[in-house]
Design a binder for this molecule. Structure first.
Ligand code: H79
Length: 551
């Protein structure tokens, strides 16, 4: 290529890149954000009066006209910012992120950009200001959620229901100026711990970069999420624990009940689910932003406060294994995850193991091992495996934590294969069909303990079987099957479990959908092999792990 043509090519390739360029947050700011590990997400607004979902119920369950007038009745007289901060602290949370404006466009602060805000409710108090001040006083970092899309604003191209309806007239550039002006207002309540934008919809990387650059000009060390249209500083898996990722920060956001905004009698997660979600998230390398939706009167629901306090009580005892840690070195499995910090590695065993716990060996020497806050234990490393036995009375129903002190820095250890609960030794998996890339997606992936590897089937597969052969007659009384479609429901729609007696197969269990965590217990079954017969599927089935439970 001639020099001039070459230069032109470089320029034309570089132009869009330059336009999207942002200065990343400083390593110190990122480190500080990651060290926190656990924060409180708060979804709140006039919608709480209806008990329906924020943003999404506008124009679906609640007519637009009615939704947009709810603020006239919003008077949360029991709101006390100090109390919310006290709840977050009691939960062991280190930061808080409030929905200052959701997709419904209502603003919880005294904004000068629109009248559709809290100062025009009977309440007339700047919630963002009060909360920012209470956080500062209480030693909790404060960040703002701000929805990039706005189904209420006349300049935004999409509207309710669900942001799928197009507006006839709109002006995205003018809306972007509105968003930026509001962001500047929010930053004046700062310094903020994070700017948490939501669903870019119409925004691309260039528009996102414009927001980020503007925010950094005001607060150079601000940490910004990946929902401005630009990838920002951290990823945000929603309502699921993110996968193992240690080279780019991330944060799972998840609700304590089912809805983001308050809903009466919403189903609440058990303490075990709450804590294991935090531990799995930390083990994969992420923070957890755990959401509560306060009531219309301004109080956080008492049973949710209770649950959060239970989490905090557990965290107070096990803080070493959580705060300031990073995920790994072992990749997470369904049963065991790990965290690390300095010369310490923490193995979190999330369900009881019969016999020794076995993990791929560490590439460094172990100086000592103990149950966190408990007795010393003996570890053995041989033939590439680390093993140890947890004393009977040291098992914890939620998380049995083993603390290893190593000779070196735990952060220097490259990722290791997951520590697995030993499946049945000598078991072998085969399948009726496998995706064409059988080396990557073969049936052997089902028993390797690695939730990131999976068995897959060719496109359009509706039925298939998976078979696990034991090397001798084996008695089992339970099975766990994990579909690998990353939280998008279940591809499998109908299945049966069969056992092999001699040469005949008999069905002993039938079911419909499987999903990410199917688990069944049954009367003990003795057989030489077990088969999962998939009888119907909406998409080609793919399964990451099968665990067989013995009595
Ligand atoms: O604020 C919360 C959600 O409202 C917001 N992000 C979190 C923090 C969000 N906006 N868009 N999305 C999430 C992605 C779309 C989710 C959906 Fe659905 C799942 C749309 C339809 C199915 C949520 C659940 C709305 C209806 C059902």
């Amino acid at each position: 290529m001639k020099p001039i043509a070459c230069l032109l090519t470089i320029l034309s390739l570089a132009a869009p890149l330059v336009a999207q360029q942002v200065t990343p947050a400083s390593p110190e700011a990122i480190r500080n954000w990651q060290d926190a590990r656990f924060g409180m997400f708060i979804h709140w607004g006039p919608v709480a009066l209806t008990g329906r979902e924020i943003g999404w119920s506008r124009g679906s369950q609640t007519p637009i006209e009615e939704y947009d007038n709810l603020y006239k009745k919003f008077n949360p007289t029991k709101f006390n910012a100090d109390e919310w901060v006290a709840v977050a602290k009691a939960a062991g949370m280190k930061y808080m992120v409030l929905t200052t404006k959701h997709h419904d466009g209502f603003c919880l602060w005294d904004t000068k950009q629109t009248d559709y805000n809290i100062m025009n409710t009977p309440f007339k108090r700047d919630v963002v200001k009060e909360l920012a001040e209470a956080c500062k006083k209480g030693g909790i970092a404060f960040g703002t959620y701000y929805s990039t899309c706005d189904w209420h604003h006349p300049d935004f191209p999409l509207t309710s229901p669900g942001g799928k309806t197009k507006r006839e007239s709109h002006n995205l550039d003018r809306y972007t100026e509105y968003l930026k002006a509001q962001t500047r207002e929010l930053l004046s309540y700062g310094p903020l711990f994070t700017l948490w934008y939501d669903v870019p919809q119409m925004f691309d990387a260039k528009r996102g970069a414009g927001i980020i650059n503007m925010a950094r000009a005001i607060q150079p060390d601000i940490v910004i999420n990946n929902r401005t249209g630009h990838k920002g500083d951290y990823d945000t898996p929603e309502q699921r624990v993110g996968g193992f990722q240690i080279h780019r920060p991330w944060e799972t956001c998840m609700t304590i009940c089912r809805q983001w905004a308050w809903k009466p009698d919403d189903k609440m997660k058990s303490l075990k689910e709450c804590l294991q979600t935090l531990i799995r998230t930390n083990g994969g390398g992420g923070n957890l932003l755990f959401n509560v939706g306060p009531q219309p009167d301004g109080l956080i629901e008492p049973r949710q406060v209770e649950r959060l306090k239970e989490m905090g009580a557990w965290l107070a005892k096990n803080s070493d294994a959580v705060y300031g840690t990073r995920g790994g070195p072992w990749k997470p499995s369904s049963h065991i995850v790990s965290t690390r910090k300095g010369d310490k590695i923490y193995l979190h065993i999330l369900s009881k193991v019969d016999g020794p716990v076995i993990a791929p060996a560490l590439p460094v020497a172990i100086k000592s091992a103990q149950i966190l806050n408990g007795p010393t234990i003996k570890t053995t490393t041989e033939e590439g495996s680390l093993s140890f036995v947890v004393p009977d009375n040291s098992w914890d129903e939620i998380d049995t934590i083993v603390e290893l002190t190593i000779d070196g820095n735990a952060m220097d250890i490259p990722p290791l294969k997951p520590a697995t609960r030993p499946s049945i030794p000598g078991a072998k998996a085969t399948a009726s069909t496998t995706h064409k890339d059988s080396r990557k997606h073969g049936a052997d992936m089902l028993l390797d303990g690695d939730p990131e590897s999976r068995w897959a089937t060719p496109d359009g597969t509706k039925n298939a079987w998976l078979q696990i052969d034991f090397d001798k007659e084996t008695t089992f009384n339970g099975i766990t099957i994990e579909e690998a479609n990353s939280g998008h429901g279940s591809n499998v729609k109908k299945f049966e479990l069969q056992k092999k007696d001699g040469t005949t197969w008999t069905t002993f269990h039938r079911g419909g959908a499987l999903g990410a965590h199917f688990s069944a217990s049954f009367d003990p079954v003795t057989a030489s092999a077990i088969r999962l017969n998939i009888l119907d599927a909406s998409k080609s089935p793919t399964i990451s792990e099968i665990f067989i439970q013995t009595p």
